[in-house]
Structure formats: structure tokens, C-alpha cells
Write a protein that binds this ligand. Structure first.
Ligand code: URA
Length: 235
């Protein structure tokens, strides 16, 4: 597949079209070892080696990553005041149109997927796909004896919204595993509030059969393998 050199370099984080034009004019961009000064030429990233100086450019149309989201960072692409999860990715991904798959609250930690593949993201977030999202919640308050049944029957939120059936499992005196298949705004916190509990810490452990890599420190990420890309869709 061929594409314009400036498009490829923009996608891989080398700057705006104008900056890339200058880069090429300066003679630092090579295609199969030959200096290319015209940023509009067609190149084929599958067959040609494109480099900027000594950096070989690794092009892929779509990227799939998992991040261990730290507290204090927004699940958004940009924000005027707060650091976003995209700010944690290296420059290589800055021009690729990456976005978080669904949202975690600023204070929520754990598994967050990032991609630039809209249809993959949609399949994960759509409640119609019935993909389990598993959260570990630390709560304040008295956990009702029938919480599992209440969650199974479908919690009604404070604004009257009815949640799909979910699971709540008591794992420690003030801790629950909560499994939901949808992603309404503050869903887990509001479901807990509906049964008299305040969530004091929330961590997402898995999405379908894809579990957060225990080796990922908060704020770090890694690419998914091809097999891992399918794990959200199996349980
Ligand atoms: N539910 C919440 O309340 N917050 C999150 O971040 C995710 C699910």
C-alpha cells in the first residue's frame, strides 16, 4: 500500500506537514537509504525502509495498547488543565489519532485500552456486545447482605437510569469485585451509591478475558499482541 511520505511521517509523530516538508528539505529523511527531499512522494511502508536520521520509522495503520492508568490522569485526548492518558504515550503515537477505549474517572486506576481503530473500540464499549468489565472497589458503608441479588436484578441509579444486570462479589470486609457490561458515567460509583456505599478506590482489572499485565507499573503501557486484541471478546 502506498501513501504520501508526509502523511506517513505525520502519522508516526514527526510533526505537521509543514515541519515534515522542512525535515525533508534538510536531507535527513531517507527511503531505502536514498535522501528524499520531496515530502509529497509516494512510499510503501511494507516494502521500503523509511528513516529520519538514524531512526527507522515503524508504521502501522492501527495501534492497540494497554495502559495501567494511574490516578490523577484524565481519560481524554486533550485537556487544557490536566494531564491526559495520551500525554503518557511517546511522540511516535502523537499523530496517529489515538484515543482511550471508554473512560475511567480521573481517580480510577487500572486497565485502559488505547487505539486508533474505531471499530475495535466500538465493539468493546458497546453494551450490546456484553463484554464484562471487572472492577475492584474499596467501599465505605455497610455492604447489604443481598447486594449480589440487587446487582443481578439491575440497579436503578439516582436519576432513574436502569442498569443492565451486573455482578457484585464481596472479596474482603470493605471490598467488592463488580462486573458490568456497560459504561455509563460514574457507573460503578453510582451503582454502589444506590445501595448505600461510597467507593473510596476503584481499579479496573480486566475487559473480557484481557487482564491488566501485572508487570505494567502505573502510567506505563505496552502494545497488545495480535492474540490479545481478540481477548476482550472472549470470556
Ligand atoms: N465506574 C465508575 O464509577 N468509574 C470508573 O472510572 C469506571 C466505572
Amino acid at each position: 500500500m502506498t501513501m504520501r511520505l508526509d502523511k506517513l511521517l505525520g502519522h508516526t509523530g514527526w510533526g505537521s506537514r509543514k515541519q515534515i516538508k522542512e525535515l525533508c528539505k534538510g536531507g535527513t529523511v531517507t527511503v531505502d537509504g536514498t535522501v528524499i527531499r520531496d515530502s509529497a512522494v509516494q512510499v510503501d511502508p511494507d516494502r521500503q525502509q523509511i528513516a529520519v536520521g538514524n531512526d527507522v520509522v515503524c508504521y502501522a495503520a492501527h495501534y492497540y495498547m494497554m495502559m495501567n492508568k494511574p490516578a490523577g490522569v484524565l481519560s481524554a485526548t486533550t485537556d487544557r488543565f490536566s494531564q491526559t492518558v495520551l500525554d503518557l504515550l511517546p511522540r511516535q503515537y502523537s499523530g496517529a489519532g489515538m484515543f482511550p477505549v471508554g473512560r475511567l474517572d480521573k481517580d480510577t486506576t487500572g486497565l485502559l485500552l488505547l487505539t486508533n481503530d474505531g471499530s475495535w473500540a466500538h465493539r468493546i464499549t458497546s453494551p450490546k456486545k456484553h463484554i464484562d468489565k471487572v472492577y475492584e472497589a474499596v467501599v465505605d458503608g455497610v455492604i447489604p447482605a443481598d447486594i449480589e441479588e440487587q446487582f443481578r436484578c439491575g440497579i436503578v441509579l439516582d436519576d432513574g437510569l436502569e442498569c443492565l444486570p451486573a455482578r457484585a462479589v464481596i472479596t474482603a470486609p470493605q471490598q467488592l469485585d463488580i462486573v458490568v457490561q456497560e459504561g455509563k458515567f460514574h457507573q460503578v460509583k453510582r451503582m454502589c451509591a444506590a445501595v448505600g456505599l461510597t467507593v473510596t478506590a476503584l481499579h479496573r482489572r480486566s475487559i473480557g478475558a484481557l487482564v491488566l499485565d501485572a508487570a505494567l507499573e502505573p502510567g506505563t503501557f505496552r502494545s497488545l499482541t495480535e492474540q490479545e486484541r481478540d481477548l476482550p471478546f472472549s470470556t
